[in-house]
Design a protein around this ligand. Structure first.
Ligand code: GUN
Length: 291
């Protein structure tokens, strides 16, 4: 079993980006990070994005509207950023409060600044294999992780567990694309899939993105499979100082010995999401600078 080291691969990408950014004379690329309210996980994700941006030499603007902000007010804030020539990329951290329509917010972000890749146009471009758009960061990070770990999806059965807009659907489309490294045969499973273990056992590459702690157990995995664990779940653990520990959607201890390769949590897909966000921000800057 080989552990896929997301921290190491993300650091390689960050180092590559840092060189590119250092060559930019004048205004550096800038990302606006919008976090509504005080969701505990979102606080740490946005902090990590801010920190990584600084390490690479990107500017960031942190905007923290209160949880009570109305949808109309949030739209106005996004419009302001859409029209601000000093801002290249805009990210609205998910989840948003219940009274706000998240998809409507993602649509409000200008496609040219949509470094999260959740806007309708950019999701459509993934389906059309049009590389002028932005690919959502976690799916893009998974593809990069596979490519840099020497996993070619051509001829492989890729089973995606989860159909979210943020991970499941776009990663399935990427794995399906007709390009080097992709060309997978893709199955998407979800909460209404019958006989799930029989489906996941067919996977040469299993991508678990269902948001349920340690859901994937050894009986659900084919020996020799590559397992990508996208979940980041907080489970209560009295033995930890914080009172909780982070765990993935895969029951790592029992599944890992079966696998050819597997990503850990933390330190697998998570850092790649941040690295791809930085890459998208540089892309947005270049697209805007070039008109
Ligand atoms: N919440 C969980 N993952 C993501 C992500 O990639 N982008 C945003 N904006 N919110 C998230």
């Amino acid at each position: 079993m080989e552990l896929i080291d997301g921290n190491k691969i993300a650091a390689e990408i960050a180092a590559e980006l840092k060189i590119e950014v250092s060559a930019i004379a004048g205004r550096k690329p800038c990302i606006a990070l919008l976090r509504v309210g005080d969701d505990v996980a979102s606080i740490s994700y946005v902090r990590k994005k801010e920190k990584t941006a600084a390490e690479i030499g990107l500017e960031s603007r942190i905007i923290l509207p209160p949880v009570t902000i109305s949808q109309a007010e949030l739209f106005a804030l996004i419009d302001q950023l859409n029209n601000d020539p000093g801002v290249d990329g805009i990210l609205v951290q998910s989840p948003l409060p219940k009274h706000i329509d998240e998809v409507a917010v993602f649509r409000r972000v200008s496609p040219a600044k949509d470094v999260d890749g959740f806007n309708t146009l950019n999701l459509g471009k993934v389906a059309q294999e049009d590389e002028t758009g932005f690919v959502a960061c976690t799916p893009a990070g998974i593809m990069e992780l596979l490519a840099r770990s020497g996993v070619d999806l051509k001829g492989k059965h890729v089973v995606v567990l989860g159909r979210s807009l943020i991970v499941g659907k776009p990663v399935a489309l990427l794995a399906l694309q007709k390009k080097a490294g992709a060309n997978g045969t893709v199955t998407i499973c979800h909460s209404a899939t019958a006989n799930l273990p029989a489906m996941t056992r067919q996977a040469d590459v299993l991508i678990a993105a269902i948001g349920r702690a340690e859901f994937v157990t050894a009986d659900m995995v084919k020996p020799g499979a590559v397992v990508i664990d996208v979940g980041i779940n907080r489970v209560v653990d009295a033995s930890k100082k914080s009172g909780y520990r982070l765990t993935g959607d895969v029951h790592f201890v029992s599944v890992a010995p079966l696998c050819a390769k597997i990503t850990p949590v933390p330190g697998g897909v998570g850092p790649m999401t941040v690295a791809m966000l930085m890459k998208n921000t540089l892309k947005a800057y270049r697209l805007q600078a070039c008109g």
